[in-house]
Write a protein that binds this ligand. Sequence first.
Ligand code: LLP
Length: 429
Amino acid sequence: MCIEIRDNTLYFDGCDTTDLARTYGTPLYVYSQTALEDRFRALHTEFLDKWPNTRAAYAAKALCTPALLRLVRDAGLCVDVVSGGELTCALAAGFPPERIEFNGNNKLPAELELAVERGVGRIILDGLQELPLLESICARKGKKMKVLYRVTPGVRADTHDYIITGKKDSKFGIPLDEDILYPAVQAAIDSPWVDLLGFHFHVGSQLFEVRPYLEALEVVLGLVEESWKRFGYAMTELNVGGGFGIRYTDEAPRGYGWYLDPIMARVEAFFRDLGLPRPAVVTEPGRSVVGEAGLTLYTVGSIKEIPGARKYVAVDGGMTDNIRPALYQAKYRAIAANKAEEPCAETVTVCGKCCESGDILLRDAALPALEGGDLLAVLSTGAYGYAMASNYNSNPIPAVVLVKEGRSGLMVRRQTWEDLLATARDPAL
Ligand code: LLP
């Protein structure tokens, strides 16, 4: 395990977190390379090595830095990007373009241009207008692209409403209505500029059930069968998205096989019955790769005891480095990194420094008696933390550090106040 407590101090992948705070400052995002490598290995042993003709495309939206994507690349995974920025990062990380898959619900012409120019491996078409747009770019560049259609399977998953993506009323994917979907399939089959490989779905995020996956799968297999009957079109690839849940507080995460084995069993049986070869199956895990591999270190500042209400412990970051509690009421657990063996005698609310009363990181957290200067570690912040950081209140975005077996190095340096002015201009009208 990468988290250890020794001499009243929290260690992460062999590094004393109080040393990390002194060296790099706080707030600080810290990632354990050992923990990341464990997750890469789990994807191999529980999915890729078990089932031939499968791929895992790490969903870069969970954490996207060149150093991280280099590790992903070296682990033999593919990467799923959703913007020109993520695509540029993957290319900068030396990702072979054919291992890049391009998702997103409103890909901009300039983003598609870059994707076609560099020859990404897959473009997941998310709307009806994307095909003609892509075709025009391909025609201009004389390149043919491999595509999948992302469909909205109309399945509700049990997770926060903002992170459900597969229900019918969704901005993602193509709805299943006959008169919308099949003409789109026909157009892609007929197009000289794209090679339609199959379908993609993604049901939601932070899921602890297989049911929504299997329900969505059933819907998509229905489309496969119908496309075979109508057009004699046999799909060669099926992308089942990501969404595997992690531990924030007391959740009990399941292995990749727990979700993917039943999916694979059903896919194999279905294609066997249909008399067609089983397509390649792709998954797109994001959170489950980086979430528990990261923590955030904060320095405690002001402490306010509101009689009859609560005790607020303010830290030097907040919703700018972790928007998830404010946006999704997400819950986390924290450790007093320099008082790690002291009894959790107090119940406090940990808040940030933003001018926003919703800027709360943890409510009613059991922690030792804290004072200014103490170091607080919030665990499992590795996914959608740095990735969703903002400069609200002109707070600089913290540094991101990678640690491994007692060694550490910067993945992203801390923004400075001057950085915040770098893009500003004075139009002086
Ligand atoms: N594939 C697609 C098409 C997706 O839309 C997503 C996530 C993933 C893969 C990766 O899902 P994961 O394995 O990370 O659950 N900001 C939210 C999560 C938004 C997820 C959006 N799509 C949060 O902080 O909870």
